[in-house]
Design a protein around this ligand. Structure first.
Ligand code: FES
Ligand code: FES
Length: 161
């Protein structure tokens, strides 16, 4: 076992991990941050998306030890300081982007990474960005709408799927 330390949602944390321990398992099992989900075991679904040093990362594709010393952000740290939903979370609620809910934390973290780099993305850019986040239930329409709304843009022209 090896000691690992990182900052998660602004708090310093540490633990003992095996070399093979994935970041997602460290977050879920040792830190009880179970909002980061595991939806596959092949690195495809994006349900495990977190931010590591400001970049969106699939936490099932990263070893906990690789995040040693990093700044990690998870869905649990996304709300405003007073506990209210942040702009992206509120937009998901307003535009019914939650749907199944299981993939939603990853969708929100992915959206946050997109809007940080591209504050006014086009519909095509949003759809392209979500390629790493799989919705297996309903489709991307409301999710795209929510991200468009979170960026302060008109959602009326979003194409139906
Ligand atoms: S659980 Fe990480 S991509 Fe599916
Ligand atoms: S919204 Fe989660 S799988 Fe479709």
């Amino acid at each position: 076992m090896t000691q690992v330390s990182m900052t998660v949602n602004g708090k310093s944390v540490s633990g003992e991990v095996e070399g093979r321990t994935l970041l997602v398992n460290f977050l879920r099992d040792q830190l009880s941050l179970t909002g980061t989900h595991v939806g596959c075991d092949t690195g495809q679904c994006g349900a495990c998306m977190v931010h590591v040093d400001g970049e969106a990362v699939k936490s099932c594709n990263m070893l906990a030890l690789e995040a040693d010393g990093a700044e990690v952000a998870t869905i649990e740290g996304q709300a405003n300081e007073d506990g209210s939903l942040n702009t992206i979370q509120q937009a998901f609620q307003d535009h019914h982007g939650l749907q199944c809910g299981f993939c939603t934390p990853g969708m929100v973290m992915s959206a946050a990474a997109l809007l940080k780099d591209n504050p006014k993305p086009t519909e095509a850019e949003i759809r392209h960005h979500l390629e790493g986040n799989i919705c297996r239930c309903t489709g991307y329409h409301n999710i795209v709408k929510a991200i468009m709304a979170a960026s302060g843009q008109d959602v009326s022209a979003i194409a139906a799927e």
